[in-house]
Design a binder for this molecule. Sequence first.
Ligand SMILES: Cc1cc2nc3c(=O)[nH]c(=O)nc-3n(C[C@H](O)[C@H](O)[C@H](O)COP(=O)(O)O)c2cc1C
Length: 166
Amino acid sequence: MSVFDAIATRKSTRRFNSRSLDNRSIKSIIEFADKAPSAKDRKPWSFVVITDQSIKVAIAHILYEAARTPTNASSIRDGVEKSADAIVQAPVVLIACDSQTTGVGKDSHPADLLSIGAAIENALLAATGFGLKSLWVGDVLEARVEIANLLSLEHPIISAILLGYR
Ligand SMILES: Cc1cc2nc3c(=O)[nH]c(=O)nc-3n(C[C@H](O)[C@H](O)[C@H](O)COP(=O)(O)O)c2cc1C
């Protein structure tokens, strides 16, 4: 698939079937993410690969709980719950972290988030090239500390990427 076709055909998918991904594709997608440009060449990203169903379910439960926060409007609540449902279905969840930062807002460069976004988009386009469906999930930010604690992550979570087939 050409880069033009990947850009033109990538669409967000929120429902996945149970077909699993081979490890080589996952590794390649992360390698393509790593080719993204980054401000000051900091490459401020790292990706945690989650395929264990019980961990995906645990993340989803944290998000269902966060969605129930009284301050959340019903539209936000619905969106977060749908994202949590998709996390449970997706065979692979990549958690994108800010590898240059040990705490939210500390040690970061103002452009680091842009760089991480570029890496995530590279991952989505590479996944499209491999014939996979994907979803960029920013809703994990609704419970970023709780999810980071669950996964024992030392760097802040920026987003999740769901990968699979439909
Ligand atoms: C930074 C960012 C965060 C996003 N977070 C979510 C999310 O948490 N849940 C979700 O279902 N979609 C999420 N999306 C996907 C958008 O909803 C989607 O890209 C948009 O509706 C356009 O649809 P398309 O990707 O099919 O072109 C996110 C997209 C971006 C760029």
